[in-house]
Design a protein around this ligand. Structure first.
Ligand code: C2E
Ligand code: CA
Ligand code: CA
Length: 683
């Protein structure tokens, strides 16, 4: 509505002005020369150009300015209004009132130009006066033109006028001013030639103008594209470094800042505190009141805690209910302690979420540079064990002490359970089939670990892997998974079935430089061609991009093993980073796949991910396929493989063998090598 009013507010007055001038005989059409001008302007505007840009602009400006120089305001503006055209008018893709507005705003600019020029000079004035008058007229004309267009965008897109104007000029203002002034002076030449050589002289100038228009439009569209790209990139970068829920910096940014802080501190001999905070009983809140509630709580807490920090300090959400706090420029330990105390105080006030007041408490672990370590990773780990110590002690905070490493009761309990469990063979691998969508054939299996606990029964990996990951037991556990899966592969191969087996490797294992050799050794021992082993890594790995882990990844890839990015879509991997990794496959996280049928958004994400993967030359697998409809939909997207309860839950090896013999009897006799082997790089 506002837009239409604005458009009418521009074209109605100018039309009235022109009509009134002619009716009152203040202006007259001088035979056919005006028609020539109109035709020339229209031709420059309508000549075909190779690129189509939205906010196109015209190069008929010097002709219009020449008209403004030659004639009085009403005549000049009538000529400009009738002449200035837009190819989109011919195609009928621009509404009538919009076309009228576009012509009218040129008319308005020409009125201003003509009026100002004739105030200051005539064509027979001295050259400097002439140049001055033309430039003043041109600048004023441009201001009017630009303001009207900017106002139009402002009404149309509801963007602040200031930012519209800034966007219109970003990047190219300098070049623009130069070429605009050049064209303005050019119009004097046009006007002169018209006077001295006769009307037909106009057409001499049309060819260069049409040519210039092509050039301009090309650079213009290029500029628009680059600008969009820059905005997108900035957005991606921001997303990659921030937590989408709370808007706080994420783990990656936290680690970056920590590394920077350490570098600075090492130069100036300063101190740093690293704090980790975990909310107590957050899981219970989540489970009883729902995830939505948990999310709201986290969004409330983040900003509230951030208020106790000093400028320059940083608070990040590291995942789940874990927050990281970085205090660079630490003068002494007591400052960190004071801030931790204030954090605790801040948490003492209940937090209101949707009208419900919740008592939340947290545990904080503190590690100090350089006392507790010089290195970021160790500092984080020490803050982590201090946090667990604080939790054990019933909340509050703890500054790192050496004996936390050894004596943490939880850790002792864990060690005392896992190690014998490994020795007693309480860990087993279950297998879940991966099925090809094109023909329904079994393409491979994923090995998933289970703990057959004598008292607790079958313990799912989510309950112990995250804990084991923080201890030295990760290495023997990973070794077990590799060893056992390849032993199983050999057994199946001896019975005539060679299936690709995927194992999950914790991102932390990638810090273990011996892993590639270990893998090679196991493959060798069981005589497994490397391409039959696939290693799945969670997407979060991509972000924690440390040179060390990428090196290990490359080395694994060099062994000939396939690499897959698990839970794809849950992190924010940047494409540029993905491109650099030696991966062959992405696995779309089951949270998207399971919701595909109910949530158009998730379906769109899955579809786009399939396309993205294909474009990068990657194999795309969907996990969490629970029904036929999802299977069909994935097939229609061109996804390569599917995995999920629809075919089978993860089952023990012997059960898997029976399942396979029923499901795919042919596979029992035809060894089919996987299609990719060796080192492929995504382009
Ligand atoms: P993941 O790698 O994403 O494994 C897939 C998980 O999805 C498995 O849970 C599987 O049982 C489950 N799943 C498969 N199809 C469906 C379905 O159609 N619907 C639903 N709702 N779930 C489905 P699981 O076995 O509990 O494993 C959980 C996670 O534990 C795995 O996630 C993986 O990250 C980790 N994990 C499992 N085994 C190992 C291992 O040997 N080493 C390491 N480091 N991590 C492991
Ligand atoms: Ca997996
Ligand atoms: Ca997964």
């Amino acid at each position: 509505m506002a837009l239409h009013l604005f458009e009418a507010g521009v074209y109605l007055p100018i039309l009235c002005f022109i009509v009134a001038a002619f009716v009152n005989r203040q202006a007259e059409f001088r035979d056919w020369e005006l028609l020539l001008w109109i035709g020339a302007i229209a031709m420059v505007d309508l000549l075909p150009v190779p690129t189509e840009v939205e906010e196109s602009f015209s190069l008929s400006f010097p002709l219009e300015l020449a008209v403004a120089i030659l004639y009085a305001a009403p005549v000049a503006s009538a000529v400009a209004l009738l002449g200035s055209s837009d190819t989109r008018e011919l195609h009928g893709t621009v509404p009538f009132t919009r076309a009228l507005f576009n012509r009218a705003q040129v008319g308005v600019a020409v009125v201003v130009e003509s009026f100002l020029f004739h105030r200051a000079a005539t064509l027979s004035s001295r050259w400097y006066l002439l140049a001055f008058a033309v430039l003043v007229a041109a600048i004023a004309g441009y201001a009017v033109n630009m303001l009207l267009v900017a106002l139009h965008v402002h009404f149309k897109l509801d963007q602040p006028l200031k930012s519209v104007i800034r966007q219109m000029h970003s990047g190219v203002f300098g070049e623009f001013v130069l070429s605009y002034m050049g064209l303005a002076l050019f119009s004097v030449l046009v006007a002169f030639s018209f006077k001295t050589l006769g009307p037909w002289a106009i057409f001499v100038f049309m060819a260069p103008l049409a040519f210039a228009r092509q050039m301009f439009q090309r650079t213009h569209s290029l500029q628009v594209a680059t600008q969009e790209l820059a905005v997108k990139q900035a957005e991606n970068e921001y997303q990659a470094l921030h937590d989408s829920l709370t808007g706080l910096p994420n783990r990656v940014l936290f680690q970056q800042k920590l590394a920077e802080a350490i570098e600075n501190a090492s130069v100036v001999d300063g101190g740093i505190a690293v704090m980790l905070m975990d909310l107590d009983h957050f899981k219970e809140i989540n489970d009883t009141l729902g995830h939505h509630f948990g999310d709201m709580l986290l969004t409330e807490i983040g900003p509230r805690l951030a208020t106790v920090l000093r400028p320059g300090d940083m608070m990040a959400r590291l995942g789940g209910d874990e927050f990281g706090i970085l205090l660079p420029d630490l003068l002494e330990e007591s400052v960190a302690v004071r801030i931790a105390e204030r954090l605790m105080e801040e948490l003492e006030h209940p937090i209101t979420v949707e009208g419900l007041a919740l008592d939340v408490s947290g545990s904080v672990g503190i590690a100090i540079y350089p006392e507790h370590s010089h290195n970021a990773e160790t500092l984080l780990r020490r803050a982590d064990v201090s946090m667990y110590a604080a939790k054990e002690a019933g909340g509050g905070f703890e500054v790192y002490k050496r004996d936390f490493d050894r004596d943490s009761p939880a850790r002792l309990a864990l060690i005392s359970h896992v190690r014998p469990a490994l020795e007693h063979g309480e860990f087993v691998l279950y297998y879940q089939p991966k099925v090809r969508l094109s023909d329904g054939k079994v393409a491979g299996a994923e090995a998933l670990i289970r703990w057959q606990h004598p008292e607790l029964g079958l313990v799912p990996p989510d309950e112990f892997i995250p804990l084991v990951e923080k201890t030295v037991l990760l290495r023997p556990l990973t070794a077990f998974v590799l060893e056992e899966s390849m032993r199983q592969w050999r057994e199946w191969a001896d019975r005539g079935v060679r299936l690709q087996v995927a194992v999950n490797i914790s991102v932390r294992s990638l810090l273990d430089g011996q892993l590639p050799d270990q893998i090679a050794e196991i493959l060798n021992r069981y005589d497994v061609p490397p391409a039959f082993l696939k290693v799945e890594l969670t997407e979060s790995f991509l972000m924690a991009d440390s040179g060390r882990s990428t090196g290990v990844l490359d080395a694994i890839s060099d062994v000939g093993v396939n690499l897959s990015i698990d839970d794809f879509g849950t992190g924010y991997s940047s494409l540029s980073h993905l491109k650099r990794l030696p991966i062959q496959e992405i696995k779309i996280d089951r949270s998207f796949v399971m919701n595909m049928l109910n949530d158009a958004n998730d379906a769109m994400i899955v579809r786009a991910t399939v396309e993205l993967g294909k474009n990068l030359g990657l194999q795309v697998v969907a996990e969490g396929v629970e029904d036929r409809e999802t299977w069909d939909l994935l097939a229609s997207y061109g996804c390569d493989e599917a995995q999920g309860y629809f075919f089978s839950r993860p089952i023990p090896a012997d059960e898997f063998w029976r399942w396979l013999s029923v499901r795919d009897p042919n596979a029992m006799h035809q060894p089919s090598p996987p299609d990719s082997s060796g080192r492929l790089r995504v382009v």
